[in-house]
Design a protein around this ligand. Structure first.
Ligand code: ATP
Ligand code: MG
Length: 435
C-alpha cells in the first residue's frame, strides 16, 4: 500500500541526527572558504528554463532529460514562460553576477550552497533533490586560480578527514576552437565504427560526440580507449596553461592522474577540467567536479570574463565521513545542560534562571525541562537528552538563591552553590571549547 503522504521519490528528509552532521561539515567548509577569501552568494531556486538550455547546452543530459520544468502562469500581459528548478548553480551564479554588475569591480570569488534538482533514476548517491556546495572565481584567466580552487578542495578533504578516499583526475579541454576541431576528428573516428555504438552514443555522435568518451558502457571501452586523444589536439596556449596548472599542483604536492577522457557533461567548460573521485561509493564515484568556463559570462550577455569553479555533491561527500567525525558532530548538537524544575510554581523562576545561564555562556546548549512531572521523570528526560550536567532548581534553591548541579555522566559529586558560583562551576564542568 502506498501512502499518498510519502515524500517524492529521490527527495529526502534530513532528521536532526543527519542535520547535526550536515552542519558540522558546513562549518568546516565555511571556515575554509572564509580562509581563502570566498564570499557567499544566494540565488533563487527557480530560473527561466532558457538560462540552463543556453549555458549547459540543449544536448546535455541535464537539459535534455533531467530538468524539472513547468510553464509559469501567464502574467497580466498574458505571457507565460517556462521556468525550471535549478539543476546546478553555475548558470544562476553567472546570471546573478552579470545582473548585479559586480564584475565591474574586478575579480570575484564566490560560493553558494543549497538544493539542486534533477529528474534522475534515484539510487544510492543519486537523488532528485540533492545538495551542492559551489565555488566560482570570476575575472581571473590565469592558471593560478585553477590551482587555488583545487587546493581549496584538497583543504576541504583534509579538514573533513576524507582525503584518503578521494583522488583527483585532471584534463584540459583546450580552447573552444581547438575543441571544435577535435570534435570533427572524433565524429570521423566514431562514424567509422558506427555499428558498434550503442543507442546513446549514436545520438551523441550527432549532438555532442565528446560525451561518447564519457560513456559508462563497458562494451565501448575499447573503442573509446583507441579514440584520438584530446590532449594531442590542444591549442598552444591551452597546453601552456595546462602545464602551469600541473606544475602548480606538483609544487603543492597535490597528486592527480591525467584522464584524457574526462570531458564533463556540460557544454560550458573549456581548458582545465577536474573531478575528485572515490572508490567507496560504487557507480556514483564523482564527489566534486569543476573546471574553467571562460566563455559563459559573455555567452549570457556579460562582458567577456574568464571564470573557473567547481561543485561538490554534499550527499556523496557525507557518505565518506568516518565515525570519529560523525560522533563529534553529534556531540556538538547535544545539550550540555538539562534544567530540572522542582515544581510548577517555579516555572517562571526557572525561565529566568535558564536565560541567566545562557546569557553568561553564549556557546552553552541548555535544555530547560517543559511539561511538568516528577523529579524522577525529569531526570529520565535529562539522561535521554545526552546532557552532561543536570541543573536543578527546587524550592530550597529558589529560596536560597542557589542551584544544584548533578553530573549525569561519569563521576562527580552533586553540589549546591550560590548562583554566581554555580555559573562558574557549570562553565568549568562542561567543556565549551571541546564541543
Ligand atoms: P554524475 O556523473 O554522477 O551524474 P555529474 O557530472 O552529473 O555527476 P555535476 O553536474 O558535475 O555531476 O555535479 C557536481 C557534483 O554534484 C557531482 O560530482 C556529484 O557529487 C553531485 N551530483 C550530481 N548529480 C547528483 C545527484 N543526482 N544526486 C546526488 N549528487 C549528485
Ligand atoms: Mg549526472
Amino acid at each position: 500500500v502506498t501512502n499518498r503522504y510519502q515524500a517524492v521519490r529521490g527527495m529526502n528528509d534530513f532528521m536532526p541526527a543527519d542535520t547535526a552532521i550536515w552542519q558540522a561539515v558546513e562549518r568546516e567548509l565555511l571556515a575554509c572558504l572564509a580562509g581563502y577569501g570566498y564570499r557567499e552568494i544566494r540565488m533563487p531556486l527557480v530560473e527561466r528554463s532558457h538560462l540552463f538550455a543556453r549555458s549547459l547546452g540543449d544536448t546535455s543530459d541535464v537539459v535534455g532529460k533531467e530538468m524539472y520544468s513547468f510553464e509559469d502562469r501567464a502574467d497580466r500581459e498574458g505571457k507565460a514562460e517556462s521556468l525550471s528548478l535549478r539543476p546546478e548553480g553555475t548558470a544562476s551564479c553567472v546570471r546573478a553576477v552579470i545582473e548585479s554588475g559586480m564584475l565591474r569591480n574586478g575579480p570575484q570569488r564566490l560560493w553558494y550552497a543549497g538544493p539542486m534538482f534533477r529528474r534522475e533514476r534515484p539510487q544510492k548517491g543519486r537523488y532528485r533533490q540533492f545538495h551542492q556546495f559551489g565555488v566560482e572565481a570570476f575575472g581571473i584567466g590565469t592558471p593560478d586560480v585553477d590551482i587555488e580552487l583545487i587546493q581549496l578542495c584538497a583543504t576541504f578533504w583534509q579538514r573533513l578527514g576524507v582525503a584518503d578516499s578521494l583522488r583527483l583526475e585532471l584534463n584540459s579541454l583546450g580552447s573552444n576552437a581547438a575543441r571544435e576541431q577535435y570534435r570533427e576528428i572524433l565524429v570521423i573516428y566514431f562514424s567509422g565504427c558506427r555499428d558498434q555504438l550503442d543507442e546513446n552514443s549514436l545520438r551523441r555522435l550527432d549532438e555532442n560526440p565528446l560525451r561518447i568518451l564519457d560513456s559508462k558502457n563497458p562494451d565501448l571501452a575499447d573503442i573509446i580507449a583507441n579514440a584520438p586523444r584530446l590532449d594531442e589536439h590542444l591549442d598552444a596556449e591551452s597546453a601552456e596553461h595546462f602545464a602551469a596548472v600541473r606544475a602548480g599542483l606538483d609544487h603543492l604536492g597535490i597528486a592527480y592522474t591525467l584522464n584524457p577522457r574526462l570531458v564533463r557533461g556540460l557544454d560550458y567548460y573549456n581548458r582545465t577540467v577536474f573531478e575528485w573521485k572515490t572508490d567507496r561509493l560504487g557507480a556514483q564515484d564523482a564527489v566534486c567536479s569543476g573546471g574553467r568556463y571562460d566563455g559563459l559570462v559573455a555567452e549570457l550577455g556579460g562582458q567577456d570574463t574568464p571564470a573557473s569553479g567547481f561543485a561538490l555533491g554534499m550527499e556523496r561527500l557525507l557518505a565518506l565521513l568516518d565515525d570519529d567525525f560523525t560522533a563529534q558532530a553529534e556531540t556538538a548538537a547535544t545539550p550540555h545542560v538539562y534544567l530540572i524544575i522542582g515544581n510548577e510554581s517555579l516555572r517562571n523562576a526557572a525561565a529566568t534562571t535558564a536565560e541567566q545561564i545562557r546569557d553568561k555562556m553564549r556557546a552553552l546548549r541548555l535544555l530547560a525541562h517543559c511539561g511538568g512531572g516528577s523529579f524522577k521523570a525529569q531526570f529520565k528526560r535529562a539522561d535521554r537528552s545526552g546532557a552532561q550536567l543536570a541543573v536543578i532548581l527546587g524550592d530550597d534553591e529558589a529560596e536560597q538563591g542557589s542551584l544544584t548541579l548533578k553530573p549525569l555522566r561519569g563521576q562527580g559529586e552533586q553540589q549546591t552553590l550560590p548562583i554566581e558560583a554555580a555559573l562558574t562551576e557549570i562553565a568549568r564542568l562542561v567543556d565549551l571549547q571541546q564541543s
